[in-house]
Design a protein around this ligand. Structure first.
Ligand SMILES: *Cc1c(COP(=O)(O)O)cnc(C)c1O
Length: 397
């Protein structure tokens, strides 16, 4: 298909896109197609002023009073409750703070302590983002479990009566493959195991349904599809039914039932607050809170529909523009197995991505040979997808 036809299609799809106006909620660089929102989301339009107010007024003028008057102390639960609907969680189960790596540690050791006695294994996604594997290895060692890598696409067969805890990624960071959270969660439960899901590449891009599918624990970061900003704090979900028994391996004073009683003994807070550790990173946490304004009135189902339409259209444009045999899609074509990115395998992927970036199309490279293009439906449109594919075609042309 020729360029004019695909460009006309892109214009038509953008004109019909009910989410197109959401782009105004972000500040994006002029002339750039940004397809790396799965690594670092874009800047929310209201964030600079919100952060300036936190710094100048809340910190500069109110000082210590802000812990109460600017509601700093309760920010981890309050912002957790704003993320909750995006991942299908009722209020009171999500707490924001620390990094994803740290929350993985809390979730895995906490899950091992919740598991039925006598179980000996912790299963982890063999193709996981490295930090999950490193943390799982340490958590397994600490809790006396054997760490067993499993193929996430075929994990259910590995769930046995020995399995204490399973850790899986909802979407694979490299291939963009979406795993079947409802079925794998049900299979883990059928084997009597607990399951921890890493939502880094799904939250904000597609419906997760944590409560509906009875997930036990989950973690995720907020600087990818949730646009919280560089290093914005992560979150942890502990299902209501596990909260009373959840025994954090990092019982800091912020998770105490009475933090200001300053008692020598630890009594965990009721509810999700017991996942808190130390003093929250208020500046980045409140930048995240402002960034979440972009989700006002947005249904995650509509975001998912646009994401699939965008990735379909991008794949179609790549097929039309890139000479046969130069790239190979490693992201599944089937909608039910696709996240919100397209990964293309190619020779010299690092150089090809550098060339794309120099031509104003920003994606990223993942070793050894993958070009990654993240589609963030809140601010990426169909003309962006067409331009990205066309630019890629010119590089090979
Ligand atoms: C991005 C990502 C992380 C990031 O962990 P940090 O502690 O925030 O650095 C962890 N796991 C997965 C699967 C990710 O995609």
């Amino acid at each position: 298909m020729s360029e004019p036809i695909l460009q006309a299609r892109a214009a038509q799809l953008d004109a019909e896109d009910g989410l197109a106006k959401l782009r105004e909620r972000f500040t994006l660089p002029e002339g750039v197609v940004y397809l790396d929102g799965n690594s670092l989301g874009a800047l929310g339009a209201g964030v600079p002023d919100a952060v300036a107010d936190v710094v100048r007024r809340q910190w500069g003028e109110l000082l210590i009073r802000s812990w109460d008057e600017s509601r700093w102390w309760t920010a981890p639960e309050r912002i957790g409750d704003r993320i909750a609907p995006l991942i299908g969680a009722a209020p009171g189960q999500v707490t924001v703070g620390d990094s994803t790596s740290v929350n993985l540690f809390k979730a895995l050791v906490g899950a091992a302590r919740l598991a039925a006695p006598g179980r000996t294994r912790m299963l982890v996604d063999a193709t996981t983002f490295p930090t999950d594997g490193y943390i799982a290895a340490s958590a397994a060692r600490m809790t006396g479990l054997e760490l067993v890598p499993v193929d996430p696409a075929d994990a259910a067969g590995a769930f046995t009566a020995d399995t204490a805890v399973v850790l899986l990624n909802h979407v694979d960071y490299r291939t963009g493959r979406l795993h079947d959270l409802p079925a794998l969660t049900a299979a883990a439960h059928a084997a009597g195991a607990l399951i921890v899901w890493d939502l880094c590449h799904s939250a904000g891009a597609l419906p997760v349904g944590l409560d509906a599918h009875e997930v036990d624990l989950a973690v995720g970061c907020t600087y990818k599809y949730l646009n919280g900003g560089p290093g914005s704090p992560a979150y942890i979900y502990v299902a209501q039914r596990h909260q009373d028994a959840f025994d954090s391996p990092l019982p800091g004073w912020n998770g105490h039932a009475e933090p200001f009683a300053m008692t020598p003994d630890y009594t965990p807070a009721q509810g999700a607050a017991r996942t808190r550790v130390g003093t929250p990173d208020i500046l980045s946490m409140l930048a995240l809170e402002s960034a979440l304004d972009a989700w006002e009135g947005v249904e995650i189902e509509a975001v998912r529909a646009k994401s699939l339409a965008l990735t379909d259209f991008f794949l179609e444009c790549v097929a039309a523009y890139v000479p046969q045999g130069k790239v190979e899609a490693v992201t599944p074509a089937e909608h039910g197995r696709r996240g919100s990115q397209v990964s293309l395998r190619t020779d010299n992927a690092r150089e090809v991505m550098a060339e794309l970036i120099s031509r104003g199309v920003v994606g990223d490279f993942r070793a050894p040979d993958v070009l990654r293009f993240g589609f963030t439906p809140l601010y990426v449109g169909f003309a962006d997808a067409e331009r990205a594919a066309r630019t890629l075609g010119h590089i090979f042309g």
